[in-house]
Design a protein around this ligand. Structure first.
Ligand SMILES: NC(=O)C1=CN([C@@H]2O[C@H](COP(=O)(O)OP(=O)(O)OC[C@H]3O[C@@H](n4cnc5c(N)ncnc54)[C@H](OP(=O)(O)O)[C@@H]3O)[C@@H](O)[C@H]2O)C=CC1
Ligand SMILES: O=C(O)C1=N[C@H](C(=O)O)C[C@H](O)C1
Length: 233
C-alpha cells in the first residue's frame, strides 16, 4: 500500500518503520495543515494532535482516501466524521487504542463490568499512566474503558478525573517519563481486590494495530472499529 502519514511524530515515525518492513511505501509525511496531495496515497493514517484530527479525517473523506485515525482528544466531532464518511461513501476507522492486546482488554473490561454490576461491595478504580509529552488527560483509552463500564454496570452514570462522587468512575491520570501506555481497572471490596491491566512495552503494538487496520480497510467502504478488523463477536 501507498500510505500517507498525517502526523509524523512519535507514532508517525514508528508506523513508518514498521510499514516499510511489511512492504508498504510512505508517500506523504505531514506535520501541519498545509494542503497536501493525497492522490498518490491508497490510504492515510492520522496520528496527529487533537485540534488537527477532524480536519485531517475530513480532508481524506472528501478526497475519497480511506482513513485510519488514532489521534485522541477530538471525539466531540466523531459523529460528524461518521456522517461525512457515510455521505461520501468513504472508509473510516477510529480506535482510541490500536494495540491488539487492548482490543481484547476492552472486551475483558466489558465482561467484568457486567459481572460486577450487581455486586455493591466493590468500588472501581481506573488508572492510566503515560509519558510526560502526552497532551490529553485522561487518555482516549481510559475514556473508552470508562464509557464501557458506564454502559455495562448499573451503578455508574458518569466518569470524572480524580473524583469521589457517587456513581462516578474516577480516573486517575499519571504522567511519568517514557511510559508508552498503561491502563488498569481495579474493583476493591473490604476483603479483596480484583484487577485487570494492560501494559504497552513500546509504541510498536499501537503501530502494528494501525497498519493491520489499514491493510484491512483499504478495499472497503464504511465506518469500522478494531472489533471488525479482528473479527471479535
Ligand atoms: N490510538 C492509538 O493506538 C494511539 C493513539 N495515540 C495518539 O496519537 C496522537 C499522536 O501521538 P504521538 O505520535 O505520540 O504525538 P507526537 O506529538 O509525537 O506527534 C504528533 C505530530 O502531529 C503533528 N501535527 C501537528 N499539527 C498537525 C496537523 N495539522 N496535521 C498533521 N500533523 C500535525 C505534530 O507536529 P509538531 O510537533 O510540529 O506540532 C507532531 O509531529 C495523540 O493524540 C495520541 O494520544 C498515540 C499512541 C497510540
Ligand atoms: O498518547 C499516547 O502515547 C497514547 N495515547 C492513546 C490514548 O490516549 O489512549 C493510546 C495509548 O495509550 C498511547
Amino acid at each position: 500500500m501507498k500510505i500517507a502519514l498525517l502526523g509524523y511524530g512519535k507514532m508517525g515515525k514508528t508506523i513508518e518503520a514498521l510499514a516499510i518492513k511489511r512492504g508498504h511505501t510512505i508517500v506523504l509525511r505531514c506535520d501541519d495543515t498545509s494542503e497536501n496531495d493525497l492522490k498518490n496515497a491508497d490510504i492515510a493514517i492520522d496520528f496527529s494532535i487533537p485540534e488537527a484530527a477532524f480536519n485531517n479525517i475530513s480532508k481524506c473523506l472528501n478526497n475519497n482516501t480511506p482513513i485510519v485515525s488514532g489521534t485522541t482528544g477530538w471525539l466531540d466531532k466523531y459523529n460528524d466524521a461518521v456522517a461525512l464518511c457515510k455521505d461520501k461513501d468513504g472508509a473510516f476507522i477510529y480506535a482510541s487504542n490500536f494495540s491488539l492486546g487492548v482490543t481484547i482488554f476492552f472486551e475483558l473490561n466489558k465482561t467484568l463490568a457486567k459481572m460486577m454490576s450487581n455486586l455493591k461491595e466493590y468500588t472501581i478504580d481506573l488508572e492510566e499512566i503515560h509519558h510526560t509529552q502526552k497532551l490529553d488527560a485522561p487518555s482516549g483509552t481510559a475514556i473508552t474503558l470508562a464509557e464501557s463500564i458506564i454502559d455495562n454496570h448499573q451503578k455508574y452514570t458518569q466518569w470524572k478525573l480524580d473524583s469521589n462522587a457517587e456513581n462516578t468512575v474516577s480516573i486517575s491520570a499519571k504522567r511519568l517519563d517514557n511510559v508508552p501506555g498503561t491502563h488498569r481497572i481495579k474493583y476493591v471490596s473490604a476483603v479483596d481486590t480484583l484487577e485487570i491491566k494492560h501494559t504497552a512495552h513500546s509504541r510498536e503494538g499501537f503501530a502494528l494495530g494501525a497498519i493491520v487496520a489499514a491493510e484491512w480497510l483499504v478495499d472497503k467502504t464504511g465506518v469500522f472499529t478494531m472489533k471488525d478488523v479482528l473479527n471479535i463477536r
